[in-house]
Structure formats: C-alpha cells, structure tokens
Design a protein around this ligand. Structure first.
Ligand code: UD1
Length: 423
C-alpha cells in the first residue's frame, strides 16, 4: 500500500479549490436509481468511495458516461437487480444508501451491512425503523439485510437519534411511497438539502430539508434529464482552513459556502486565527500566537465530528490546555495515539481528549487509522520538524480528491511512494 513522506515545517500559502461533497455524492448517485431514465451530476469528487459506489451500481445494471473528470451521466434505465451483496459494500459507509434507493425503486432490496471508518458501534436501527414504518418487512440473514414491501405508505417517523444516514435513507425510500411521510428530529446537514434538491429537481415533493422536520409527499414517477451540481465539501474545506492555520500560513479556500463553515470559522476566530469571508471563498491566515479553545462536536450546525481530528492538530499549536468533546461517536480518538508518536501531549478521558498545546511535533511513522484521522496525520506532518511517514493512504483516497497535489500546490512537501518502491 502507498505511503506519504511529508517534510514538515512548511507554511501553506496560496489558493486551493474545494471539490464536491463526498457525503452528498454518496446519496445523490444512489438517488438516481429511483429513476428509469438518465440524469447528469456535476462536481462529483474524484475519490475512492465514489469509484466503489459506481462499480456497485454498474453491477446492478446502471450505466455511467464520464462527461469530464467530475461530471457523470447516470443511466438507470436498465437497472434490474435489487441485490447488492458483494465485498465492495463493506468498503465504505455510504453503501447503506442503496437500501433506501433500491427499496424505493423495486419495493425490495437485499444488501450487505455497510462498512466505513471504525468509530465504535455504528448501528443502523433508525434506518430500519424508518423502512418498517413505511411498510417494509426487514429480515437479517447471513449478514445481509433483506427488505420487502407490497407497497410503501407514508408515515410519521421520529428519529431517536439525529442521524444523517437514516434521514437520507428514509427520504430515498419515501419519495415514491403513497401518501405523506414526516421525518421528525431529522439531521440538518447541508448535503441533506443537496440530496433533497436533486430529488425535487426530478419531480419529488420534499419540503423542510435543512430543518428538523422533513415532509415528503410521495409521487408516482420521477422525471429524467435533470442536471444537478453537487455542493462543495464542507469537511474538505474545513481541513484546508485548519491546515492554513496550523502551519501559520495564508490560504484562500475557494469554492466553499461560507455559511456551512460557520462553526469552524467561529472557533478559528476564537483561537486568534484571521478569517475573511467572500461570496464563495474564505481566506484563512494566522501570524500571531494561537489561543486555546474547547471544541464539542454536534450535529449540524454544530462543530462537525469529521473535523475534530484535524482540529486536534491545530489545538496542539495553541497556548495552554484545550479539550475536544466527541458527542457523536463513542470511539473517535484512536488517532491521538498516532499524534503522540510525533510528540503530541494529549490524553483521552472517555469522550474527551485533553490536548496540551505548545509541544513540538517531530516527524515519525504514523498510520491513517480512518479517513479523517489520516487527514490529521497529514496536517501534523506538515507542521512537524523532520519527515513524517503516513501509511494506510487508501483511507485518505476514500474521501479527499488529490490531497497531495492540492497541499503541494500550497507549498507542502509531500511525496507518495508505494511499498514496492522499497522506501
Ligand atoms: C454520516 C457521515 C459521516 C459523519 C456522520 C456524522 C456519510 C456517508 N457519513 O455518517 O462522515 O461523520 O454522518 O456527521 O454521510 N446512529 C444510531 N442509529 C442509527 C444511525 C445512527 O444510533 O440507525 C447513531 C450513530 O451511532 C452516531 C449518531 O447516530 O452516534 C450519528 O450517526 P449518523 O449521523 O447516522 O452518521 P453516519 O450516517 O454513519
């Protein structure tokens, strides 16, 4: 597997353009399966998760035409299979959207449990509760989830936890159900709005996406020939904003929606990082000493859990003791041990990481234990003295388009080598 060799202590400077949102694309492509027709999706990030999803959808009968590197025409006319049980399903979390999409199209689906980053237990009970409320029978057999319904009927569904995945999956299954579905305590992430906008453009009737009550009036048919452009990836944008601050650099992060970045921007300002917002870009620079801060992850519009590993690298550069409280996942601090190999002074107490700022980071061999943990290792490598070797790079490929190229264009010194190079 490939490794990254990072020579650190580089101030990142210049401009970087953010790609389309991974988590929106992972919902939008399966949503195209609800349609027996063609649609075009622009601004799709060129990342591993999407390549795997595409392979699975092709195995179901979907056809893809590459219009350009980030634009795909999806033809779901001849999709005939509702069974997605191959190895690929385990490779990423977003495969769970095939449940809602196939159920919505065929009233049947047989899928394997999703994989994805290991942050402790990641149940899908709320997805299943939603499908059952719509009238599906759910059976678990040999590691597969089998969903069957004679007909799907709208229902009131109250989510016991705010879940992005369950909100989107219920939306997908309910779009063509008979009658009205209401999701209460729905997640409000921007990509939920993006997926709803895509479905509405195809003729769905979804209201309230982006609030905690979503109402879906079922429609008989969806129409094709829609062109949809995916929103920018707020987590990728946040990663580069943090990278600029952590390396005491000066970066214009382009193609972002500044409103989506508010929880991070506010935290950066609190830490004495300078921020200038424009219509669709944000300049981030840091010259002065950084102030400690406490971060608590929360569902949107709170501080995103996916940005807490990169944020830990920034807090290590600040004066004093900071904390991160993780309130979404029960085991998302494994990366702290990797940072400790680089000299980080930090400890984990249950769901809180206590981070002692001001300690010098030095290059070391570290592992990308998951996607965002991998991003944290890369940022730490850019800050540290000497050379950092990050292994398990495929995790980073899963969610960041051309990360090495983008960071190097800002002045980082990162080289990708494969194990076969003997390095
Ligand atoms: C999605 C994102 C992931 C992000 C996370 C939180 C995708 C592909 N992944 O993951 O990048 O970190 O949102 O913003 O979009 N839960 C249950 N039962 C369920 C579903 C969830 O108890 O049926 C719990 C989870 O264990 C977690 C919390 O709800 O504690 C939030 O999870 P959820 O929003 O569903 O995250 P994912 O969809 O897995």
């Amino acid at each position: 597997m490939d490794k990254l060799l990072i020579r650190g202590q580089r101030r990142l400077k210049g401009e970087v353009t953010i790609s389309g949102a991974k988590n929106a694309a992972l919902g939008i492509l399966p949503a195209a399966l609800l349609l027996s027709d063609v649609c075009t999706v622009e601004n799709i990030p060129n990342i591993l998760d999407i390549a795997i999803l595409r392979r699975i959808m092709e195995s179901l009968g979907a056809r893809f035409i590459d219009i350009d590197e980030n634009t795909l025409r999806v033809d779901a006319t001849n999709v005939s299979s509702y069974t997605a049980t191959g190895e690929d399903m385990h490779r990423f979390r977003g495969s769970y959207y095939l449940m809602g999409a196939l159920l919505g199209r065929f009233k049947k689906a047989v899928v394997t449990f999703p994989g994805g980053c290991n942050f402790g237990s990641r149940p899908i009970d709320q997805h299943i509760k939603g499908f059952e409320a719509l009238g599906a029978k759910v059976e678990i057999e040999h590691g597969h989830i089998k969903l069957t319904a004679n007909k799907l009927t709208g229902a009131n569904i109250y989510l016991d936890v705010v879940s992005v995945g369950a909100t989107v999956n219920i939306m997908l299954a309910a779009v063509k159900a008979e009658g009205i579905t209401t999701i209460e305590n729905a997640a409000k992430e921007p990509h939920i709005v993006d997926i709803a906008n895509f479905l509405n453009a195809m003729g769905a009737d979804i209201k309230g996406a982006g609030t905690d009550i979503i109402r879906i009036r079922g429609v008989r048919e969806l129409k094709g020939n829609v062109v949809h452009c995916i929103i920018p990836d707020m987590i990728e944008a946040g990663t580069y904003m943090i990278a600029a601050a952590a390396t005491r650099g000066d970066v214009l992060v382009k193609n972002v929606i500044p409103k989506h970045m508010e929880s991070l921007s506010a935290k950066l300002v609190e830490m004495n990082v300078k921020i200038q917002e424009y219509d669709d870009s944000i300049r981030v620079w840091a010259k002065d000493r950084l102030t400690r801060a406490n971060i608590k992850t929360l569902p949107y519009p709170g501080f995103p859990t996916d940005l807490q590993p990169p944020a830990a690298v920034l807090l290590l550069q600040a004066d004093g003791i900071s904390t991160i409280t993780e309130s979404i996942f029960d085991n998302r601090f494994q990366y702290i041990d990797e940072l400790k190999r680089m000299g980080a002074k930090a400890r984990v107490e249950g769901r809180m990481a206590v981070i002692e700022g001001g300690s010098k980071l030095t290059g070391a061999p570290v592992k990308a234990l998951d996607l965002r943990a991998g991003a944290a290792c890369v940022l730490a490598g850019c800050v540290a003295e000497g050379i950092t070797e990050v292994s398990n790079v495929s995790y980073i490929d899963r969610g960041y388009e051309r990360m090495v190229e983008k960071l190097n264009s800002l002045g980082a010194d990162i080289r990708r080598v494969s194990d076969s190079d003997g390095t």
